[in-house]
Design a protein around this ligand. Structure first.
Ligand SMILES: Cc1cc2nc3c(=O)[nH]c(=O)nc-3n(C[C@H](O)[C@H](O)[C@H](O)COP(=O)(O)O)c2cc1C
Length: 392
């Protein structure tokens, strides 16, 4: 796909892709109400529906360790298909839609990332993006044997160096003299990685959801999109302003980093029906599983800061009902959902809106496509990707 054009601020719509029965809600009832993501037929239906309605990209999150037994029993993010494996399968059953997969810097060597990414970019015809994450929970660190060894800011320092190196490798993989001699603080490499190099120039799309200062520094230096969720539009704007200053300090144009944010979506013909769905979800949260999830994500200081003043019970309920309780929410009939999306995007300058459907059956995605997207198109804030050559 073509690079972001900083002058084109029209909305891009993505799908927070289901690689697990319930990614957003800690609830066995919700997981059981969704299709089976372990079946390839499910992905044919979902990915192709997303492409047909004109979404711009599929976003695949990833993690390596379950939160605990309660969350596994609730099928909350477990089982979960590895983003880069499912991403490769999705490439084979779609034609134009972008596919952003998560790869953890802390758990891979730069050569793994350079090669996996370049392969995905080639096979997709230049449709791949990397969601750079450093790892979030202690359970995961422990699982890899890193407990107490790789603290938060050091992980980001390693990630920044890793991306510098991966970019150098990608450059080399496009040429025949691909030799790299690297002696950094965290990585040492002598040699070359086999081609092919990535198709997108100068590099594939990079996205990061760092909420901490270290995370934002990484986004400012390297990323095309910063994934930001905050409790208000004003808070999003303040954070973006601060990060854009860092982008400029890195020698980039202030608009070279765009804002992407997540939004939970429930669309029904009437407000009452939409509220009934939301109430059913809320009543069916598995509190034990939610407790484990909340404890896992709240191990990050930047996330703890955002929930200062919340009681333990409020924190557990907030995380139990949503992948990210700070994300925007749109719940109601199509006209209201479209109107609220447009106001939110106007207030925040948000260019990437990542749609999270707690119930993600194909019909939910098609309903959004048939009932909400035409209203967004009518406003001029969004146009079908085929009309702008499927650029990011
Ligand atoms: C929308 C969104 C998607 C995320 N996806 C992942 C993911 O797939 N895997 C992961 O380990 N962390 C994921 N994260 C966590 C972030 O990478 C980051 O660790 C978190 O926002 C805390 O910020 P910090 O690391 O700067 O403290 C995601 C966060 C958000 C808001």
């Amino acid at each position: 796909m073509k690079k972001l054009d900083p002058a084109d601020s029209r909305l891009r719509l993505g799908l927070f892709y289901p690689n697990t029965p319930s990614i957003h809600v800690t609830s066995r009832a919700v997981a059981d109400a969704n299709p089976d993501p372990m079946e390839m037929a499910t992905h044919r239906a979902i990915a192709q529906a997303a492409e047909q309605i004109g979404l711009d990209y599929l976003f695949l999150a990833d993690r390596w360790a379950p939160y605990d037994r309660a969350s596994t029993l609730a099928h909350h993010q477990d089982p979960m298909l590895a983003a880069f494996i499912l991403g490769a399968a999705l490439i084979g059953i779609t034609e134009r839609i972008g596919i952003i997969t998560t790869l953890h810097t802390t758990y891979f060597h730069p050569a793994h990332i350079a090669r996996i990414g370049a392969n995905l970019d080639r096979l997709s015809g230049g449709r791949w993006g990397w969601n750079v994450v450093t790892g979030l929970t202690e359970a995961e660190m422990r699982m890899f044997g890193f407990e107490g060894e790789v603290e938060h800011d050091r992980r980001y320092e390693m990630a920044v160096e890793m991306i510098d190196l991966v970019k150098k490798l990608w450059d080399g993989m496009r040429r025949e003299d691909a030799w790299v001699d690297w002696k950094g603080k965290h990585y040492t490499m002598k040699g070359a990685v086999v081609g092919p190099g990535p198709l997108q120039a100068p590099f594939p799309l990079l996205v990061n959801a760092g909420a901490s200062e270290a995370g934002q520094r990484l986004a400012a230096r390297h990323c095309d999109y910063l994934f930001l969720t905050e409790n208000s539009a004003a808070a999003i704007n303040a954070r973006m302003e601060q990060t854009r200053k860092q982008v400029v300090a890195c020698g980039r144009g202030p608009d070279e980093l765009s804002l992407m944010t997540a939004a939970r979506v429930i669309v029904r013909d009437t407000q009452r029906e939409a509220d009934e769905v939301l109430n059913w979800i809320t009543e069916n949260i598995d509190l034990d599983a939610a407790r484990a999830f909340a404890a896992g994500v709240m191990s990050s200081q930047s996330i703890r800061d955002a929930f200062a003043g919340f009681t333990d019970e409020q924190v557990v309920r907030a995380w139990g009902g949503s992948m990210d309780p700070k994300a925007a929410r749109f719940c109601g009939p199509p006209g209201k959902v479209a109107g609220e999306i447009l106001s939110f995007c106007r207030e925040t300058g948000c260019r990437g809106l990542l749609l999270t459907f707690p119930l993600w059956h194909e019909r939910e995605i098609r309903r959004f496509g048939e009932q909400v997207m035409p209203l967004l198109a009518k406003s001029g804030a969004w146009i079908h990707p085929s009309q702008r050559d499927w650029n990011w």
